[in-house]
Design a binder for this molecule. Structure first.
Ligand SMILES: Nc1ncnc2c1ncn2[C@@H]1O[C@H](COP(=O)(O)OP(=O)(O)OP(=O)(O)O)[C@@H](O)[C@H]1O
Ligand SMILES: CC(=O)N[C@H]1[C@@H]2OC[C@@H](O2)[C@@H](O)[C@@H]1O[C@H](C)C(=O)O
Length: 378
């Protein structure tokens, strides 16, 4: 780790930040370096992935949906040690953006909970850590998610987009960002519209785990052998979430009851139907966009699933491509996003706005823990 860490971070020039993300799929931690001044993306650096062991995954799973208690403490310990281990593999970084693990998300109720102790990580790594990105947004009436849209806006500028485009992230949950790149800043009215589209890979992973002891439907191999069950899909479509206008966000298991409608189907039909539900959520999401985007750029693990990508291409009236088509890394985009957002937080720039989370006014969420303050209240 860079012993002079933090010095460059206080200037106004470029910063090398490592973003660390543990997503709703619970597969592992992604970490990736971005170089940015908080406004523009100046470059990307190396990236690393640390999978969770089956034991660690079980600890995280047991804590999902809980707000406190021994299960949450055990999950937090897994998150802290996995992130510290991965961060030690990086040299010469100025700052860390530490998302942590979402265990529970209820923005209109109990709030949002991402476990992971940023102060302890700052102490261990010797660099400033920005963390707890979502709480301030929720306190100000926002959904607290999605937060990647400000980064997507910077990506759109970087690739030279001139017409509206969408980024679609297909992780455990799906989320969409509509970008009008004619605006100069992401918080300008009309520059961004973002929200969660529905369940993405999480229900399919859960099905694969419970029925076949596998972590995912790799390459859509099982779904490709099945048929989408019309009845279950229709019940899903009738969920009020899809017609509700944004802002809106989801917890990982918010659709548990409706996806349970596949329980009577054979394995292949169940997988095909859950894949179809993910694609349908995206199709419904397009109804809320101000215009048809020129292009849909897909990121997150779902873009590796050819059955899902084919369903999207068949149902959407725009070009659908993985983000690799414009030179981005779809396995690391969210980690990069939290590196970028960390720099924005450190520089007093907003990370969400009414168009992305429904927050009352643009807000720069996130706490900053500096190594010298570790152990003290942040
Ligand atoms: N080759 C593949 N075939 C099918 N599905 C895949 C493949 N590779 C990855 N996936 C799916 O993508 C998931 C991982 O996606 P990703 O890493 O984007 O999720 P995440 O970051 O945990 O979630 P979120 O964005 O909701 O926080 C896997 O759990 C799996 O379901
Ligand atoms: C509360 C929470 O952690 N939400 C995640 C989750 O995973 C995907 C979707 O739901 C999105 O809203 C968000 O993550 C992405 C990275 C975001 O904030 O942009």
């Amino acid at each position: 780790m860079n012993k002079a860490a933090g010095k460059r971070g206080r200037d106004v020039g470029p910063v090398r930040a490592v973003g660390m993300m543990s997503g709703t799929s619970l597969d592992g931690v992604d970490a990736a370096i971005v170089e940015t001044d908080g406004h523009w993306l100046l470059g990307f650096g190396s990236s690393r992935y640390r999978p969770y062991s089956p034991e660690e995954q079980a600890v995280l799973r047991a804590a999902l949906g809980r707000w406190s208690g021994p299960e949450v403490d055990a999950a937090a310990a897994v998150i802290d040690s996995a992130h510290a281990e991965l961060l030690a593999e990086f040299d010469d970084v100025d700052m860390v953006g530490f998302h942590g693990q979402t265990l529970a998300h209820e923005p209109r109720g109990r709030g949002t909970l991402q476990v992971g102790d940023g102060a302890a990580l700052a102490h261990r790594a010797g660099v400033p850590v920005v963390w707890d990105f979502r709480s301030d947004d929720v306190r100000m009436g926002g959904e607290g998610a999605p937060l990647a849209p400000f980064f997507h806006f910077a990506c759109a500028k970087m690739i030279g987009a001139t017409e509206p485009i969408c980024f679609l992230n297909l992780g455990g949950v799906g989320n969409l960002t509509y970008i009008d790149p004619s605006h100069a800043t992401p918080d300008a009215a009309g520059a961004l519209l973002a929200f969660d589209t529905g369940p993405a890979n999480a229900p399919l992973n859960d099905l694969m785990q419970s029925r076949l002891g596998q972590g995912m439907d790799r390459d859509g191999a099982l779904a490709a052998q099945g048929n989408v069950a019309a009845g279950a899909l229709e019940a899903f479509l009738n969920e009020s979430y899809f017609t509700r206008p944004p802002p809106k966000s989801l917890d990982r298991n918010d659709f548990a009851e409706i996806v349970g409608k596949v329980s009577d189907l054979n394995d292949a039909d169940a997988a095909a139907t859950l894949t179809g539900m993910c694609a349908t959520g995206v199709v419904m999401a397009m109804e809320h966009c101000p215009s048809l985007p020129a292009r849909m750029l897909v990121t997150g693990g779902g873009r590796h699933n050819p059955v899902l990508m084919q369903m999207l291409r068949a149902a959407l009236d725009c070009q659908v491509d993985p983000v690799e088509a414009v030179g981005l890394d779809g396995d690391m985009l969210e980690a990069q996003a939290f590196g970028f957002l960390a720099v924005r937080v450190a520089r007093g720039l907003p990370t969400s706005c009414p168009g992305t989370t429904g927050v009352a006014a643009a807000v720069g969420g996130g706490r900053i823990s500096r190594p010298e303050r570790a152990g003290l209240p942040a």
